[in-house]
Design a protein around this ligand. Structure first.
Ligand code: ATP
Length: 241
């Protein structure tokens, strides 16, 4: 049923000029689950998230939180509970950690929501390290802390669906584990998650369901555990270690 599905994307096409980057991609995110899209460099993972978020023009059908999205519009989607943590994090380096977080709640504040300090406390509970560093400039953070800040800022909007673009990129294994543990905790708190990753091993460990995206097409999908045991996935994406 539609209300058990937070996001459904059907037959999505995206082109950059004459080159089509997504050739009719479909994906479903059941409410309260973690869905991952794995695939190599250049497969179209970032393009997929950008198009869902309304940052790129696309063709196809998108339903979000029980309603059709006729023309994806980022501001409208944020208001309805969609959030994206972009690959480049896009923090305000010359602002403090706390100000970066508060900016994530800007739309809520503008709409008259005055419960932002409570959300800030929740984010600090999830990431105690951000609380310790709340007065530091974002530029002074380590790579892992920046990723935490990017996730924390997205959570300040109280999203129903959190989309993460390669949260493990450039991070040490211990930090990756910490980030993925947090992602699992967010699911327990009822946030639905769409996780795009090149780190297939970590992604399939935390996810409920997975898709393999290769050169703009979904080539395989299934429960994450089944994908993690699929010989083709093992050979192509998990074989190295
Ligand atoms: P990565 O992990 O390297 O970010 P990805 O799976 O996220 O890869 P995309 O960044 O979505 O892949 O790129 C998909 C395809 O679209 C690639 O062939 C890329 O070169 C192309 N592409 C991406 N952005 C643009 C752009 N702004 N203009 C033209 N082509 C683009």
């Amino acid at each position: 049923a539609m209300n058990d599905t937070i996001l459904s994307v059907e037959n999505l096409h995206v082109r950059y000029g004459k080159v089509e980057a997504l050739h009719g991609v479909s994906i479903t995110v059941p409410a309260g689950s973690i869905v991952t899209v794995i695939g190599p460099n250049g497969a179209g993972k970032t393009t997929l998230l950008s198009a869902i978020m309304g940052l790129l023009p696309s063709q196809g059908t998108i339903h979000f939180a029980g309603a059709a999205v006729p023309v994806p519009d980022v501001e409208h989607l944020v208001q309805r509970g969609m959030a994206l943590v972009p690959e480049k994090r896009e923090l305000f380096g010359e602002m403090s950690v706390e100000d970066n977080l508060i900016l994530g709640a800007f739309q809520r504040y503008r709409k008259g929501d005055r419960s932002i300090p409570e959300t800030l406390d929740e984010v600090y509970q999830l990431f105690p390290r951000l609380k310790e560093r709340r007065n530091q400039l974002a530029t002074t953070l380590s790579g892992g802390e920046r990723q935490m800040l990017a996730v924390g800022r997205a959570l300040m909007a109280k999203p129903k669906l959190l989309m993460l673009d390669e949260p493990s990129l450039g991070l040490a294994p211990l930090i990756i584990r910490e980030i993925f543990r947090t992602i699992a905790r967010l699911r327990e708190q009822g946030v639905s998650i769409l996780l795009v990753e090149q780190n297939a091993r970590a992604a399939l460990q935390v996810a409920d369901y997975g898709y393999v995206l290769e050169t703009g097409e979904m080539t395989l999908e299934g429960p994450a555990e089944r994908l993690a045991n699929d010989p083709q996935v093992i050979e192509t994406y998990l074989g190295m270690s």
